[in-house]
Design a binder for this molecule. Structure first.
Ligand SMILES: CC(=O)N[C@H]1[C@@H](OP(=O)(O)OP(=O)(O)OC[C@H]2O[C@@H](n3ccc(=O)[nH]c3=O)[C@H](O)[C@@H]2O)O[C@H](CO)[C@@H](O)[C@@H]1O
Ligand SMILES: C=C(OP(=O)(O)O)C(=O)O
Length: 421
C-alpha cells in the first residue's frame, strides 16, 4: 500500500489550482440517469470516487467516457438496461445511494444496495427513503437492498426533513424533477453542491426555485434533455490548501477560490489571525503574525463550519497559541485523526463529540495512519508543520478526494513524496 512521506520544510509560497468539487461531481453524475440525452460535465476532478461512480453508472447501462483532457466527463444514459445497483460497487462509496432517486423517477423502479456505515459514522439513509415515499414511491428493505417502486410514476408532494441532509436533499431534488406536479422540500440543505446540482438540472429543463435556501420548490416536467455543466470549485480542497501557509508560514494564492464558498471557515481563520484576501484569480492567504490563536469550532450544515474541514482545522489548532474546543455535530466518530496527531506530540482530549486541543510550539514527525479521507490530509498538513519526517500510511483514502496532492503541495515548496509499494 502506498504511503506519503512529508518532511517539515518551513514556509510555503506560490499558487495552488483548485479542482472541481468531488461532492458536487458525485451528485451531478447520477443526474445523467434522468435523461436519455447526453450530459457533459467540465471541470470534473480526477479522483478514485469519480471512477467508482462511473463504474456504477456503467453497470446500469450508462455510457461514461474516460476523462478527456483530464477534466471532461461525457455521459449518456440512452438505454438503462439494469435497475439494480449492486453491493459490490455501492459499498465502496456512500454517494452511490444518489442513483436511487433518478432511477426511480425515470424508470419507475430501482433496487439499490444499502451503503452501510463507514469509519466516520453510521451514515443512515432513512431520510432519503422517507423523501421518496412522500413522492409516492413504495419502499421495501430486503436482504440489504432498497427495493423501490413507483409503477405509475412519482407524484409531487411535500417533503419536510426533520434534520438537514445533503444527500437526501439531492435524491429528493433529482426525483422531483420528473414527478407529476409540484414538490416542496422543506428544511432542505443549502450547500453550494445543492445549488450546483439545481443549476445543472435547470440546464436539463428542470423547473426548480429556492435552491440555496431551506425551501426548494420543483415543478415536475415530462422529460429532461441533455446539457453541459461546469462543476463548482471544491470548497473542501480549497479550505484544506488555505491552511498550508497558515500552518507552515508563508503566502499562497488559491486559484479559483471564492470567499462565499467558505464564509464560516474564513471567519474562523480571521479570528485566529489569518489574512484572506480576494485576488483576480482566487484567494490569497497568509498568517498576520507568526503563530495563530486558538479558536473554537462547531461543525454544522452550510452555511456553518463544514464537517469536512474539521480534521484539517484540528491539525492547525495543534500548534495554535491557547486551547480550542472543536465540536463535531454531523458525524459521531469523526475524531480518528486525534490519536494520530497525538503521536506527533499534539495535546488533545476527546470526550464524545468534543475535542479539546491545547496548542504546542512544535509537532514532531512520526509514522501515522490515515483512517479516512479528511483525516489523511490533516496528517499531511501536520507533517508539513512538524520537525522531521511524517509517514502517512493508507493513502488510498486520500485518492478519493485530492487529485495531485503531492504535485500541488510540492509546487509551493512542501517536501512531500509518494512512496509506492
Ligand atoms: C449536513 C452535512 O454537513 N452533510 C455532510 C455529509 O453529507 P451526506 O449527504 O453524506 O450526509 P448528510 O448530510 O445526509 O448527513 C447529515 C446528518 O444526517 C444524518 N442522516 C442523514 C441521512 C439520513 O437518511 N438519515 C440521517 O439520520 C447523518 O447521520 C448526519 O448526522 O457528508 C458529506 C461528506 O463528508 C459532506 O460533504 C456534507 O457536508
Ligand atoms: C466523508 C466524505 O465523503 P463521503 O461522504 O463520500 O464518505 C468527504 O467528502 O469528506
Amino acid at each position: 500500500m502506498d504511503s506519503i512521506l512529508v518532511t517539515g520544510n518551513g514556509p510555503v509560497s506560490g499558487q495552488i489550482p483548485i479542482a472541481g468539487a468531488k461532492n458536487a461531481c458525485l451528485t451531478l453524475m447520477p443526474a445523467t440517469l434522468l435523461s436519455d440525452e447526453p450530459l457533459t460535465l467540465t471541470n470534473a476532478p480526477r479522483l478514485s470516487d469519480i471512477r467508482t461512480m462511473s463504474t456504477l453508472l456503467q453497470s446500469l447501462g450508462a455510457e461514461v467516457s474516460a476523462l478527456q483532457d483530464g477534466k471532461v466527463l461525457a455521459m449518456s444514459s440512452h438505454d438503462l438496461n439494469n435497475l439494480r445497483a449492486d453491493y459490490d460497487i455501492v459499498r465502496k462509496m456512500r454517494a452511490s445511494i444518489l442513483v436511487l432517486g433518478p432511477l426511480l423517477a425515470r424508470a419507475g423502479e430501482a433496487v439499490v444496495s444499502l451503503p452501510g456505515g463507514c469509519a466516520i459514522g453510521a451514515r443512515p439513509v432513512d431520510l432519503h427513503l422517507r423523501a421518496l415515499e412522500a413522492l409516492g414511491a413504495e419502499m421495501d428493505l430486503r436482504d440489504g437492498y432498497v427495493h423501490a417502486k413507483a409503477p405509475s410514476g412519482l407524484k409531487g408532494g411535500v417533503i419536510e426533513f426533520p434534520l438537514v441532509s445533503v444527500g437526501a436533499t439531492e435524491n429528493a431534488l433529482m426525483a422531483a424533477t420528473l414527478a407529476k406536479g409540484t414538490t416542496v422540500i422543506r428544511n432542505a440543505a443549502r450547500e453550494p453542491e445543492i445549488v450546483d446540482l439545481a443549476e445543472c438540472l435547470r440546464k436539463m429543463g428542470a423547473r426548480i426555485e429556492g435552491d440555496g435556501t431551506s425551501e426548494i420548490t420543483v415543478e415536475g416536467v415530462d422529460r429532461l434533455h441533455g446539457a453541459t455543466h461546469q462543476v463548482v470549485t471544491d470548497r473542501i480542497e480549497l479550505g484544506t490548501y488555505m491552511l498550508a501557509p497558515v500552518i507552515c508560514g508563508g503566502e499562497v494564492e488559491l486559484i479559483g477560490g471564492r470567499m462565499n464558498l467558505l464564509k464560516a471557515f474564513i471567519e474562523k481563520l480571521d479570528e485566529a489571525g489569518v489574512e484572506v484576501s480576494e485576488t483576480e484569480a482566487g484567494l490569497k492567504v497568509r498568517p498576520r503574525n507568526g503563530r495563530v490563536s486558538a479558536v473554537d469550532v462547531v461543525t454544522e450544515p452550510f452555511p456553518g463550519f463544514p464537517t469536512d474541514l474539521q480534521a484539517q482545522m484540528m491539525a492547525l489548532m495543534c500548534t495554535a497559541e491557547g486551547t480550542s474546543v472543536l465540536e463535531e455535530k454531523i458525524f459521531e466518530n469523526r475524531f480518528m485523526h486525534a490519536p494520530e496527531l497525538m503521536r506527533m506530540g499534539a495535546q488533545i482530549d476527546v470526550h464524545g463529540g468534543t475535542a479539546k486541543v491545547t496548542g504546542v510550539e512544535q509537532l514532531r514527525g512520526a509514522p501515522v495512519m490515515a483512517t479516512d479521507l479528511r483525516a489523511s490530509v490533516s496528517l499531511i498538513l501536520a507533517g508539513m508543520a512538524a520537525e522531521g519526517e511524517t509517514r502517512v500510511n493508507r493513502v488510498y483514502h486520500l485518492d478519493r478526494g485530492y487529485e495531485n496532492v503531492v504535485e500541488k503541495l510540492s509546487a509551493v515548496g512542501a517536501k512531500i513524496e509518494r512512496i509506492r509499494d
